[in-house]
Every structure is written in structure tokens, then in C-alpha cells.
Write a protein that binds this ligand. Sequence first.
Ligand SMILES: C[S@@+](CC[C@H](N)C(=O)[O-])C[C@H]1O[C@@H](n2cnc3c(N)ncnc32)[C@H](O)[C@@H]1O
Length: 201
Amino acid sequence: MNTNPWDARYAGEGFFYGTEPNDFLRAEAHRFKPGGDVLSLAEGEGRNAVFLASQGLRVTGVDGSSVGLQKAQGLASARGVAITTVVGDLGAYDFGEARWDGLVSIWCHLPSALRRVLHPKLVRALRPGGLVLFEHYHPKQLAYGTGGPKDVDMLLTIDELRADFTGLEALHAFEGERDIREGAGHTGASYVTQFIARKTA
Ligand SMILES: C[S@@+](CC[C@H](N)C(=O)[O-])C[C@H]1O[C@@H](n2cnc3c(N)ncnc32)[C@H](O)[C@@H]1O
């Protein structure tokens, strides 16, 4: 029996977060090395990976939901781009060493115990010059009720990201309110954490 709750959420006809990319990612994607290798963590139904591929990047999306990634491949075909998808748990995924020019984490909300193990792996997985890019909900989002997990342990502050990626050069660090409209899943005024940092040579 399939017990992944995301499979059930993605099983409907439409796209839960729409087919357009996250707008922060869209605005900042120019920072990635042209033609570079980008891994999108918790890619879901493919909107972000498909956008990045349309920008000429070589994109892999990993997610625990096979239903989501099947739709991601359908969206990629419909848009005439190629993406690689891997069904897997981020706790077990092999990110490699100096493997990626970009690591994208959009609403990839994970328990803090998993983040503590994951973040050092992401640093190792970046090539020199490579970027991490995050947009996650902040603990203050709990009061907004416009999307995201209800468990504060899954939510992320800029202080945590600064501390976990202290060896990288921070290019953008923000926490605050902004309007987000992404399908039925994210619906209005929200409190977010954004972070972009580069691994220096
Ligand atoms: C809020 S959705 C975001 C999807 C996508 N990033 C987007 O912006 O459209 C969260 C995603 O995280 C995935 N996910 C949650 N925990 C995971 C884990 N431990 N390993 C892999 N994927 C996970 C879910 O399957 C889901 O697709």
C-alpha cells in the first residue's frame, strides 16, 4: 500500500502549486553557472525543474513522491525540455562530492534532525563557485495559515541557514513577509526565509 501523503496530494488532475516556477527562484536563476548541473531538492510536480531546464541548465529533481515526479516528467515533455527525476528520500540520497553547480531547496520542509545531517552534505556536494538557494517558510508563518507545515520543527530561520552554511559566501539573506500565490497550496501573505550562498574556490 502506498502511504506517502504527497502522492495523494498530487494525485488530482491539476498541479497543487501550479506549473509556474517559484517567483524567487525565477528572479534569481540568472546566478547559476550557464549550462551547469542543478539539483532540486523535493521537486514535487516539476514546475521549478522545468523552468530551470528551460534556462539551459541540466536539472535533476529528487522527491519522495513518485506521483509528483511522474507529473514532473509530463510537464517537461509538454514544455519540450528534458529533466532527470529520482524518486528517493533526502535522508538517504547520495548528493556526491563537488557534483553540483546549484542546489535548490524550495519549500523543502524537513525535520530539524534531518536538516542537521543534510546541510553539511550540501556543502560537500557543491562545486567551487556553486550556489545553494533556499526559500522556506519561517516559524512566523504558523500565524499566517496560507500554506506550509503546521509543525514548527519543519520551519527555518535565517540564523539557522547562516550558521549551517557559515563556510559559504552569503549573497542574499532575508526573512520577512511577502505575498505568495502558487496554485491551491500557497495562497497569500506569508512569512518566508530566503538564502543564497556561494562556495568559494
Ligand atoms: C511543499 S512541497 C514543495 C514541492 C516543490 N519544491 C515546489 O515548490 O513546487 C514539499 C515536497 O517535499 C517532498 N518531501 C518531503 N520530505 C521529503 C523527503 N524526506 N525526501 C524527499 N522528498 C521529500 C514532498 O514529496 C513534496 O513534494
